[in-house]
Design a protein around this ligand. Sequence first.
Ligand SMILES: *Cc1c(COP(=O)(O)O)cnc(C)c1O
Length: 469
Amino acid sequence: MADQDYGVLARTHRHALDFIAGLDARSVAATATADELRARLDRPLLDTGTSADTVIDDLVADTADGHTGSAGGRFFGWVIGGALPSALAADWLAATWDNNAGASASAPAACVVEEIAGAWLKDVLDLPRDASFALTTGCQLAHVTCLAAARNAVLRDAGWDVETDGLIGAPAIRVLANDQRHGSIERALRILGLGSKCIEPLATTVDGRLPAETLRAALDRVAGQPTIVLLDGGDLHVGGFDDYRALIPMAKAAGAWVHVDGAFGLWARASRDHRHLADGMDLADSWATDGHKWLNTPYDSGVAVVRDTRAHRASMAIATSYIAQDSGIRDPMDWTPEWSRRARGFAIYAALRELGRGGLADLIDRCCAHAKAIATGIGALPGAELLATPTLNQGLVRFPDRMASDEVAHAARTDAVIAAINATGECLFSAATWRGKRVMRISVVSWRTDARDVERTIAAVAGVLERMP
Ligand SMILES: *Cc1c(COP(=O)(O)O)cnc(C)c1O
């Protein structure tokens, strides 16, 4: 291959900078329809190849209006962060170096960087420094990793070696979980062979908290059975936190493994103003979070941290003869459910260095302030109702039908207003059904969101509500 073939990289650099420069002006929602995208992209696959320049130019042109503006500052749907400049650049380099970061033998620098990124993460999140960790594709696989370790440990304590003997004939495992849990918890349990029916849901209060007496009663209902307790580290809808100092010791005294879903909420521990909310979360046994949410790394960035290093390793390690085992560098494949893998430590390392401790704290607290300003700003508009003022970075509003009193009508109007807001292209929100009410979720996790974005967003929603009285 000739070096000139890499001219496409300079072209791609220009395409990338053009996209980023255009973020403020483009529609936040994608505007292309599925049919339009298919008509442009579904070309006949030819026998002869196409030049790299043409492939990339066409890809950029064909998909241009098919991307949401989640890389910009006015994307508030779900919990989706942007990408810090150094993290994006490091991710480009990870693809360029193209090392397989499963093993140190094939990627020494990537694996050393991953060791350091793991240590930095435990440090900024203030989790046990001697805990083991894994960098996974996302929080979903971080749950699988943590809960595989949990499964190993609670069955080991019951005299059962699940890694050798499997689950058939094993003692049943109870899983006590918050009723507002994220769907990825259920899927992790399904993948691990525990099944969704093993979950005993625990009712939470309207502010997303699990009362201590609810957990106490659930633990007391059955004694002496292997048990895993799943706590939310930041409730999905309202960002509520539990009283971890009360709940975690109670569960552990009953012999349970405590896992925390801190996909975004764990980052409160790196803030100044919101740190107290996540107090005591470090008492748990395992934690799952995301780099691609609040740390603002590009996608493919989940983090699992496990206190019981032995259970973590027992559940994931593999013995092979053809990979050198004695490099003195941690082999990531012994800690994740993956073999070949992207060198995802680079982006985390870069993001943490670019921000520094202070910058990370500012990022978290700034997003929370913007979330509050957007929620209260929208909530104050005629035709809107504020349902949950953000205590972290998540808020809820809805747009009730003033002519009707039933939830069906309120839901229909709320959905119609959200669709109209998203159609302005100014900002993007997602809908959900929360405690029987259709709501618009407000979620701020991007480093790019600033006061001007907040103003533009409230103005866009005000404009829609004036048109739809
Ligand atoms: C996003 C999210 C997940 C899933 O994380 P992925 O990175 O998308 O796999 C799990 N739990 C909560 C609370 C989340 O917000």
